[in-house]
Write a protein that binds this ligand. Structure first.
Ligand code: SF4
Length: 376
């Protein structure tokens, strides 16, 4: 399990190593077809900042080689904002006296139908807070069963589950699971996640292992940028990615780097603010490090930045997202989990991608592929 592997790496030493990277280390990493973790550290280090153009060119080349000129589009649907955890940066935390909603089967279906009116979406991400009593595995199974009638590719972003629970959900059409570690700094993890199941670092960090053992087709990873030193966090994530790829080599992986933004209303303020330039550097570094990993940008990022990055390394984007439960049809006025920056419609996003020479892909996976593979 990765909880054991991660004890081999010191947070402090990793940070020192990244900041000790030199111009020569960056230049060496840029000449390599296959980068190691040390190379990745060089590419995310401050020493790589002057090489952004060169990194962009390489990242673009690798992306085109592996993915062509395409962008996979998905849409998230929040099923509930009820949550037993108290993550200090999230509006859905248990102590927030806000109305809580758990979509009923009828409401879910209305949402599925409303999404289909926005565009020919086939990639759906079902999202919940962590409420295993009321929105646990049986509830998710029902949501997937119904969603299968409308969408070809189903992913979830919910509480970490047991191996057998992931397995059970794959029988209901589940294709992928996203679970962000938020931060790999085990010593400070509980400052941000003080109670509930999310306070258990090992349980969370081992979730991708359990997904791999359950045979989940696609595993999504991420760190929340703004909690800890981002360069160290993404290096830990790169180690985690390599570890998983060695162990569960049939699985497809995706990464995401959501940025916490400073809040005007006295809410949680990020400890570190990552600039657009730094996010671009990280995106290029990840693509140069791993030519095959899906790199996903959400509508947290602005339209301008997403358009700029679309040809340079990003391979998956959400569009026209609502981050409140029932936001497409049932409760369009409810409190969002986080504010959207790119407010364009799916049709507008699509049109812009085409202008940029990128073909939007609504459906890039079908569960029947699994069946075909088994019968070949
Ligand atoms: S981040 Fe997720 S687990 Fe944490 S409070 Fe928000 S909804 Fe709950």
């Amino acid at each position: 399990m990765f909880s054991e592997e991660i004890t081999n790496y010191s947070w402090k030493e990793t940070t020192e190593q990244i900041y000790a990277m030199t111009d020569a280390d960056v230049r060496r990493a840029l000449t390599k077809e296959h980068c190691c973790i040390d190379d990745f550290m060089a590419l995310v280090s401050p020493a790589a900042a002057p090489y952004l153009e060169q990194m962009a060119t390489l990242s673009k080349r690798y992306t085109e080689e592996r993915f062509g000129h395409t962008m996979s589009l998905f849409i998230p649907l929040y099923l509930t904002n009820s949550c037993a955890n108290s993550c200090v940066y999230c509006g859905f935390h248990i102590s927030n006296p806000m109305p809580r909603t758990i979509l009923t089967p009828e409401e879910m279906e209305n949402e599925y139908k409303a999404i289909k009116q926005l565009g020919p979406f086939e990639n759906l991400l079902l999202v919940t807070g962590e409420n295993p009593a009321k929105a646990g595995v049986p509830y998710l199974a029902r949501a997937l069963d119904k969603a299968k009638e409308y969408f070809a590719n189903l992913k979830i972003e919910v509480m970490p589950l047991k191996t057998e629970e992931y397995k059970e959900l794959t029988n209901h059409g589940l294709n992928g699971v996203i679970c962000f570690q938020e931060t790999y700094n085990a010593a400070r993890y509980n400052i941000y996640h003080p109670r509930g199941m999310k306070s258990k670092f090992d349980w969370r960090v081992n979730a991708p292992d359990r997904m791999g053992m359950a045979g989940v087709h696609s595993i999504g990873m991420g760190v929340l940028i703004g909690l800890e030193e981002w360069r160290t966090d993404v290096t830990m994530m790169a180690r985690h990615l390599r570890y998983l790829q060695r162990k569960y080599w049939r699985t497809k992986y995706s990464v995401n780097f959501p940025r916490l933004r400073p809040s005007d209303n006295g809410g949680f303020q990020p400890n570190v603010v990552m600039t657009d330039r730094e996010l671009a550097q990280l995106t290029f570094a990840m693509r140069i490090f791993d030519h095959d990993v899906d790199i996903s940008y959400s509508t947290r990022e602005t339209a301008h930045f997403r358009d700029h990055m679309a040809p340079l390394g990003v391979t998956t984007m959400s569009a026209e997202s609502h981050t409140e439960p029932g936001g497409y049809a049932t409760y369009p006025e409810a409190l969002e989990q986080f504010a959207i920056s790119d407010n364009r419609t799916a049709v507008e996003v699509c049109k812009r991608l085409k202008e940029l020479g990128i073909e939007p892909v609504w459906k890039d996976w079908d569960a029947s592929f699994d069946y075909k593979q088994q019968t070949i």
